[in-house]
Design a binder for this molecule. Structure first.
Ligand code: T1G
Length: 708
């Protein structure tokens, strides 16, 4: 036994408690402690049955991912050695009952499946999320899970990586009982019941009854591989996990486990595992903000006032209502308000059709959103979020009239994506309570929120905004107040590069295909059409881009706007949209591009996909380095989190800065220097990049140096 695992005996039940905060990860101490505890309980004649339970907020949330990170980067010391413990658990002669609350994930569920029985509280979550880290279950989970829930359910759980709730687990055969009352007591009672039974204890590894007949196998495996390829595009692990699950249905248990291990270790050192584990810790790292400690008091937020019921305001209202927060939603006119509420209702109806919410849940959420004209009650809300269209004068007027009326600890947030937070804050007379909360459309879906820190924003206001982002289930990344903050600041050089490429000979479709082949969720031209070309034009003007006449400026975008081709909402932009959201290349646009380029003396040439990718992605990287230099981004990993969660950058590449590291900053700098020679000032390499290359360092090294 050790600090991480304790044992107590009560009325014949040995209660083995795992206590390894914050999430009872399977560290070597936990594995060693469990092993010793089982030995003790097995050897104690007063013990009739054993219950294994987690202390704190959860059962075991998996192997220690810090160890997996070491394994991914080459040291074998991080590999979880679990086989002996699992065998010992299963071969114990006294009933072993796994009692689950919070999350039983990855290695945690694998430990649970080696027990003879499993019980859980109703809101416990159980799953094999390993594919989200670029690996597969490595502790015999791919061999035991199909034996408990059948091959199809096992494939669904392992390919999606999504956890299931206790009720689903019970009907699937993963657990034996749902415990409504106090878990330890309920599990102990269940264990005594099992101990009173005669007959052999059920060993999962010996179960065959749930495995499919050989005749059904090919169909299930094909469906599984199709599911993996369709729903987890470009990811290796979801396809590989089906191979391991196949072994469960075709090989004896021990051979199946060996097959699993081979696949596990091959993937554990893969580039995708490195990238996805980086993304995991990068996302957790955003909560470490200089000046904001665990002791900084965040004001509680139970009531929010949202100004503007348009696309953004409506989406933010839904995100708040989904998180159980009451919302006052206002707009300038009853008509605008009604339109906003109707859109919210329509979006919820779509969620019901997709099975995300029940009609009752929608009614509950709609009841939380109180539409009103005027600001009645706004002085008492905990947080005001202003989401009116991008106009400084209007935002300052609203900030001045609303924020100045607010109760003392009220926070005023603006959803601006381009405007100066400090200027808006100055209009309130209480700048310490003002912050930027930059949501991404659709705000009820997109996980990212840029939390924009103004010069006067207090640590408490920052802590409150970070807590609100977490409560909304968002990833809140704190950024500095600069033009375009971080996300948009990087996106513009990326977008302009794609527009220059089509002037030089590529087509929008070729550029977008190269980007989606690279793994981007959408090509840049399709994104521009979805967001609306007029929005891009307004932001460009607001940020003062191309105010220097010597600068090369894109030729086509403003002509499309002038022609009313604003994108999807007008059925035409860079593409034509006969079907609502299906882009079709439009020869009219290609003719326009060619003629404007010719007028500007630009000779069309053949452009490779490699050049497209380098000019687009490396524009992101170079600007990212400049954002770090300017201090608007605190860490390179924050930029990765912003691009993976807000701009459709592939998580399996870790994010633009991680991608550059893996590619080799030396090669990246060389390419950028070549573009600088060819295309001029806009490609001047960032000083930070030049410095890192000169020291043979990476963005990851720079982040680590910042942490110390
Ligand atoms: N290992 C190490 N640290 C972990 C961890 C883990 N498995 N899970 C969480 N943490 C840390 C996290 O970094 C953060 O630290 C703190 O806990 C709180 O996390 C053999 C090989 C459990 C649902 O993929 O999904 O088992 O920032 O902010 O929002 O087959 O954490 O405070 O310093 O996310 O309440 C499989 C990963 C591993 C689950 C809780 N397991 N974790 O969410 O808190 S692979 C997973 C989560 C495996 C086996 C294989 C979530 C959570 P810090 P948090 P949360």
């Amino acid at each position: 036994m050790n600090q991480a695992v304790t044992l107590s005996v009560d009325q014949g039940v040995a209660l083995i408690r795992i206590d390894n905060p914050p999430v009872n990860a399977l560290s070597p101490e936990v594995i060693g402690g469990l092993d010793a505890a089982i030995d003790r309980a097995s050897g104690d004649d007063s013990v009739l049955a054993i219950v294994i339970i987690g202390a704190g907020r959860t059962f075991i949330a998996g192997a220690d991912i810090k160890g997996l990170e070491q394994l991914a980067w080459g040291s074998d010391s991080g590999a979880p050695e679990m086989h002996e413990l699992l065998q010992k658990l299963e071969d114990t002669r006294k009933p072993v009952v796994m009692a689950m609350h919070g999350t039983a994930l990855g290695g945690g569920l694998e430990v649970a499946m080696a027990g003879h029985y499993r019980v859980a509280v109703p809101d416990a979550l159980m799953g094999q999320p390993e594919v989200n880290l670029g690996i597969i279950p490595g502790a015999e989970g791919t061999q035991r899970l199909p034996r408990l829930v059948g091959l199809e359910k096992a494939i669904e759980m392992c390919v999606s990586g999504k956890p299931i709730k206790a009720a689903d687990a019970l009907s699937a055969g993963l657990i034996d009982r749902v415990i409504d009352g106090e878990l330890a007591a309920g599990a102990s009672a269940f264990a005594r019941e099992m101990a009173s039974r005669t007959g052999a204890l059920p060993k999962t590894r010996e179960r065959q009854d749930k495995l499919p007949p050989a005749s059904a196998l090919p169909g299930m495996l094909t469906a599984g591989r199709d599911l993996a390829r369709k729903t987890r595009r470009n990811l290796e692990a979801p396809v590989a996990v089906v191979d391991a699950l196949e072994a469960a249905a075709t090989l004896p248990f021990a051979e199946g486990c060996a097959r699993e291990r081979d696949i596990f270790f091959r993937l554990a050192k893969s580039e995708q595992a490195k990238a996805l584990i980086h993304a995991f810790f990068a996302e957790r790292g955003v909560s470490k903000v200089p000046g904001v400690s665990k002791d900084t008091v965040a004001a509680p937020v139970h009531r929010v006032g949202i100004i503007g019921a348009g696309t953004m305001g409506g989406g933010i209202a839904m995100a708040c209502a989904n998180a159980g927060i009451n919302v006052h939603l206002t707009d300038a006119s009853q008509e605008a308000l009604d339109r906003g509420i109707a859109t919210i209702r329509k979006n919820y109806d779509v969620s019901v059709k997709r099975g995300r919410f029940t009609p009752a849940q929608v009614d509950e959420r709609m009841a939380r959103i109180a539409p009103q004209v005027g600001y009645d009650g706004f002085s008492d809300v905990d947080l005001v979020i202003e989401a009116v269209f991008e106009n400084m004068a209007l935002k300052k007027q609203i900030a001045g009239s609303v924020a100045s009326q607010g109760k003392a600890d009220q926070v005023f947030a603006t959803n601006t994506s381009t405007l100066d937070i400090d200027e808006i804050a100055a209009a309130t007379g209480r700048a310490a309570k003002v912050i930027g909360l930059h949501f991404f459309s659709p705000a009820n879906v997109m996980r990212l929120v840029e939390i924009v820190r103004g010069n006067a924003t207090s640590p408490e206001t920052l802590a409150t905004a970070m807590a609100v982002a977490k409560k909304l289930g968002k990833v809140g990344v704190v950024v500095g107040n600069g033009p375009g903050f971080v996300g948009n600041r990087l996106m513009f050089p990326y977008m302009y590069e794609t527009q220059f490429l089509v002037e030089e000979g590529a087509t929008p479709a070729q550029v977008d295909r190269a980007l989606t082949d690279f793994g981007m969720a959408m090509g840049m031209f399709a994104v521009d059409d979805m967001a609306g070309l007029d929005v891009g034009a307004r932001v460009r003007t607001a940020l003062g881009h191309f105010s220097d006449p010597r600068e090369r400026r894109p030729l086509v975008h403003e002509r499309l706007v002038a022609a009313g081709r604003l994108g999807q909402k007008r059925g035409a932009g860079w593409y034509r949209y006969d079907e609502p959201r299906t882009p079709t290349p439009d020869p009219e646009v290609e003719t326009l591009i060619r003629s404007l380029a010719a007028d500007a003396g630009i000779e069309p040439r053949a452009i490779t996909d490699d050049e497209i990718l380098d000019r687009a992605i490396l524009a992101l990287v170079n600007e990212g380095a400049k954002a770090l230099e300017a201090g608007v981004a605190a860490r390179a990993s924050d930029i990765d989190v912003i691009y993976v969660n807000g701009y459709g950058f592939p998580g399996w590449r870790g994010g633009p800065m991680f991608y550059a590291d893996r590619r080799g900053l030396g090669e990246v700098l060389e390419r950028i220097r070549a573009f600088h020679r060819q295309h001029g000032e806009r490609w001047r390499p960032a000083a930070l990049l030049v410095d890192l290359v000169s020291r043979g360092a990476t963005f990851r090294d720079a982040d680590r140096a910042r942490r110390t």
